[in-house]
Ligand binder design. Sequence first.
Ligand code: PEP
Ligand code: MG
Length: 767
Amino acid sequence: MEYVKFFEELNKGDIAIAGGKGANLGELTQAGIPVPPGFVITAATYEQFMEETEISDEVMDILNALDVNNNKELQEASRKIKKIIIETPIPKDISTIIIEAYNALCHRIGIEDVYVAVRSSATAEDLPEASFAGQQETYLNIRGASDVVKYVQKCWASLFESRAIFYREENNFDHSKVYIAVVIQEMVEAEKAGVMFTVHPSTGEEKILIEGAWGLGEAVVSGTVTPDTCWVDKKTGEILEYQVSEKNIMFKKDPEAGKTVKVPVPDDMKNKKVLSTSEIAKLAEMGKKIQEHYDFPQDTEWAIEGGRIFMLQSRPVTTLGKIAGEETGEKSSKETERIIITKGLGASPGMASGMVKIIRNTDELDKIEEGDILVTVMTTPDMVPAMKRANGIITDEGGVTCHAAIVSRELGIPCVVGTGDASKILEENSVVTIDGNKGLVYEGKIIEESPQKEESAETTTIVQQSILTVTEVKVNVSMPEAAKKAAATGADGVGLLRTEHMMLTTGVHPKKFIREGEEDQLIKLLVENILKVADTFYPKPVWYRTLDAPTDEFKSLKGGEDEPYEHNPMLGWRGIRRELDEPEILKAEFKAIKKLHEQGYTNIGIMLPLVQHPDELRQAKKIAREVGLKPQKNIEFGIMVETPAAALVIEDFIKEGLDFVSFGTNDLTQYTLAIDRNNENVADLYSEGHPAVLKLIERVIIECNKAGVKTSICGQAGSMPNIVEKLVELGITSVSANTDAVQTVREVVARVEKKLLLKAARKIMQE
Ligand code: PEP
Ligand code: MG
């Protein structure tokens, strides 16, 4: 068996031993194409390692016990197997072979401890239909024999990335029969680098496409920069088009640390043309030669160092004949195609690009850096600080009113929810673009610049132009720190101040405060947070909605261990029903409001969530009185209409006494249509405009108008122009929208009001 092969000894037929990448580099070397020298640790070496160390059985046992459709299990199995492979010492006979090959390479180049790139070369990875079979790990700027050995092991372990395991299971590949080779190749310290397609990558026209940027090629391949693009006529060699892009980032070797670092491009090079005419000509010539050699259009990677051109990789163009935007999992030119990796629901508008960071549990939140794309099964309140750093958010679960959707809209961050699989199929550190309108996730960076995240919630100063409307247009606030931004819309007040964020981001279950005799702490926390909003909006009304978190959101909090497990938390112990069972928390909320009232913040009103019987309203008012508040006398008191029950017996609530109602259409829709709002499987049936929902709303508005009780809406439907139109026609008192929708809603309201006025005037004139 051959454990190591230098490029000169390999050709394209050697995929089984050297993997696609290794065989290709051998083929190019043999064809006289300038390739940086190197060798391949063959698939046989991996096989030998697994056998000699006897870890193969251990790995297979883990895989045999695995249910790949259980994401948690899948991640755990992947983690365990990778750990075993990385931590099992390589038998001496194998490590010696690797070390000797590396030393031979250094000797040949004439540099001691030469810097190399270590790349996985899975034996099936370059076959288009198997592109998920193996992860394409690349480690750059590795130096010294022991590090090379270490990174070879990491490449081996990459065969068991969760995504690769999943793919093989789905396609019935035998894990024990999949091998991986590793390419070790001298690092080219590229001053410029990029990719080249020897034909138009989607139409197959005889045009060469070259993309280039400063520094190492990673910047172009990963989509971190928008490269210069150049089209060359393959027959004549004429440059048909050269487009210079602004290149802000480059990868290069940090000479001190010896690692690859991402650095800003010096200002005078950002908009400078990367490729000279003669370099373009040489590259195009090389492209032609490679295609002739393979007798098939090629997708290559090139680099230029000290004026010398190197080819780093070549493989067949796999995108030919595919329609732009078609669903495929393959790599292609960013300029000509948009490849959709996954789809979900557009939950917060806007486009954003960034590096994927998959959050599987909350202790991983630190890895989210400014500008990343946070990918997770479903966000929780403790993820909010990390969500604020992200450029975009993608979740597996959820509908457009789930936690991720609500928070990202408030933060002004594009968000796609309910993809079903994003956390399984997206690759950590890969670059994606999300479209929060259409609910799409694209491969690579396909927008010029991620739109600058709107100024932070705390600092926005833009005040939207105000249009006077009879129907008040208010705004929803879920995070007190976003109050200024919300107020900048010129809204007529806060139609919904959610308390879940302020209570749950402490990381401590509110009951724990009470149990440990620290009610004062809880009250203080509430006072501080509510004050931020009440003060910002003063004297406009702010309706504080009492706690309404489902049990699953409490579970991860300190003190939340005893939260009951509920099959469907949406139908469970939440909202006013729970608060009446555990009145200590409700009391603490009322006490906080009382304190603020005493300080003059009489603009705060109280709103009860999820009521279904007037008794609940009566009991809550009693508790409010016990702490010294006077519902309907010195403080506005109302309910959310979120259950069909409340809508159907609204007359009884009116009799019990209340100042206002507000439609919580997120819940009202789920309970009327029997559709769990967080279940992506039924999200397509979820519709606030369903006639049954509208009928319930209509009857409540009619009854409330008769009784002089104010009506409002604070569910997502209050941000939807078509529904707002109907509500205004029905005579709703106010509409509360998300910050980003206030201006549009105000325009819709103004237009409908004008229409109604005209209609009334015409009617009078006719009479
Ligand atoms: C609603 O149900 O419409 C609502 C506004 O409340 P939440 O989304 O917090 O349940
Ligand atoms: Mg609700």
